[in-house]
Design a protein around this ligand. Structure first.
Ligand code: GDP
Ligand code: IMO
Ligand code: MG
Length: 422
């Protein structure tokens, strides 16, 4: 029996999951998303083409792949429809290649309004949400009010929609001064629902387990990153789903015993978009360089990403929670010209050195850095590990030694081809 392999982000999202899934897909028949929704933006580049995928699994462009939107995902019919139409314009038969779980929850136009109202009410303490309605939709899921894709097939679907919308409208009336108009969006939402009716809705837990039993290779694609996990991330500045490996089990209906390799993706430095703690954040010229060279602007919102050095304390924490079996390092090419590269190996909290990720990151936390000599050359053309400069290998091997996990893939550019598999 084959097991389901997993690709997930180990930091605060945007590690390069889209690229990695696209690179790995030739080895897999099925790609499945298990959590998150259109808050994700997964970029793919091949040849002269670029795409940003939000809800559609990143295997969609590979011939013969089957792409599943699992029960743990929350879906916005407007955004998904737009995405699928763009992909089908490329000649991809999306209806044949994609399955949607009947148990995936639907984002309503009013969920988006609730997200916006809640953020506005929080003022300075806002999460910096992507405003896609993610939090309110998961709240309705756990609050047992939500609408699921299977409900689209029910005769009274519109009545159910109106009942939930009425509940939201009532809630929105409590946000003083919050004005909204969903007329246009609601129209697109209804059109989206109609378009998506043409797709296959499945009990994806049965499909996934059948594939496993039949020895079909499956890859689960994470969204966001482990430090944004609702339980283990930097709460409350997190997303509303379990982004960690355990999310695969609940988000696809897979038993823990059926999880195989867990590929943990990290950037050779760190970024974060939105509010919340970021111990190694740089506010200086170096941070600016990382943002400029790494094009660190949100794929969904265009917001500038906060940048800083690699944080091994946080990375080791994520490796532990996720049970990572192989690391994938991205974007090291961004630091090609750096004289010095730093890595946080511990934190100093109130003068005391600690090497574990604390309950809360407060202002009295200071990273303890280990410094490395920069490689000072262009590594984008390197295709074999042996050909990397010695300084670069020292950096990689230090990370392996600290985490106890091998770095199996190194990415040196956004394109499919700019990838070294060890
Ligand atoms: P995801 O959300 O994890 O899929 O990541 P995003 O797509 O939001 O952000 C990653 C960005 O880095 C995208 O613009 C990618 O095209 C780009 N990228 C991925 N890998 C590399 C790499 O190795 N080097 C460089 N320079 N860019 C990369
Ligand atoms: P991918 O899959 C980076 C962040 C938001 C905000 C917090 C909560 O592309 O890596 P939400 O809209 O989920 O309620 O926002 O989480 N966030 C992401 N940051 N990459 C993402 O996805 C993200 N999805 C959500 O910026 O701080
Ligand atoms: Mg992204």
């Amino acid at each position: 029996m084959k097991k389901i392999d997993v690709v997930l982000g180990l930091q605060w999202g945007d590690e390069g999951k889209g690229k990695v899934v696209d690179v790995l897909t030739p080895n897999y028949k099925v790609i499945a998303r298990f959590q998150g929704g259109p808050n994700a933006g997964h970029s793919l580049h091949f040849g002269d083409k670029s795409f940003v995928l939000r809800t559609v699994p990143s295997g969609i462009f590979r011939d013969g792949s089957i792409n599943i939107i699992g029960n743990g995902v929350v879906v916005d019919p407007v955004s998904l429809t737009e995405e699928l139409r763009n992909i089908s314009e490329q000649g991809i038969p999306v209806k044949e290649k994609m399955l949607i779980s009947k148990k995936a929850h639907i984002i309503l136009p009013t969920h988006r309004m609730l997200d916006a109202a809640s953020e506005a009410a929080k003022g300075k303490a806002k999460i910096g949400s992507t405003l896609k309605g993610i939090g309110p939709t998961y709240m309705d899921k756990t609050g047992r009010n939500g609408l699921r894709f299977g409900d689209v097939l029910a005769e009274d679907f519109i009545d159910r929609y109106n009942a939930l919308k009425a509940k939201h409208v009532e809630m929105l009336s409590h946000y003083e001064g919050f004005e909204y108009d969903i007329t246009e969006y609601e129209q697109s939402w209804m059109e989206g629902i109609e378009y998506l009716r043409g797709f296959t809705f499945v009990d994806s837990e049965h499909e996934v387990n059948k594939f496993i039993d039949e020895d079909v290779a499956i890859l689960a694609e994470g969204a966001q990153g482990s430090m944004l996990d609702v339980d283990f991330g930097t709460y409350p500045f997190v997303t509303s789903s379990n982004t960690v490996c355990a999310g695969v089990c609940t988000g696809l209906g897979v038993a823990p015993t059926k999880v195989g390799d867990v590929y943990g993706i990290f950037k050779a430095y760190c970024t974060r978009v939105g509010s919340g703690p970021f111990p190694t954040e740089l506010f200086d010229e170096t941070g600016e360089e990382l943002r400029r060279i790494g094009h660190e602007f949100g794929a969904v919102t265009g917001r500038p990403r906060r940048c800083g050095w690699l944080d091994l304390v946080a990375l080791k924490y994520a490796v532990m929670i996720d049970g990572v079996t192989g690391l994938i390092m991205m974007k090291s090419d961004v630091m090609n010209d750096f004289d010095t590269v730093k890595v946080a190996t511990a934190y100093k909290i109130n003068g005391e050195v600690v090497d574990h990720f604390p309950y809360e990151v407060t202002d009295n936390l200071e990273p303890v850095y280990t410094e490395f000599k920069g490689w000072k050359c262009d590594i984008c053309k390197v295709r074999r590990y042996e050909d990397f400069p010695a300084e670069f290998k020292t950096y990689v091997e230090f990370i392996e030694q600290q985490t106890g996990v091998p770095v199996k893939i190194i990415s040196v550019g956004p394109d499919r081809a700019e990838t070294i598999i060890r």
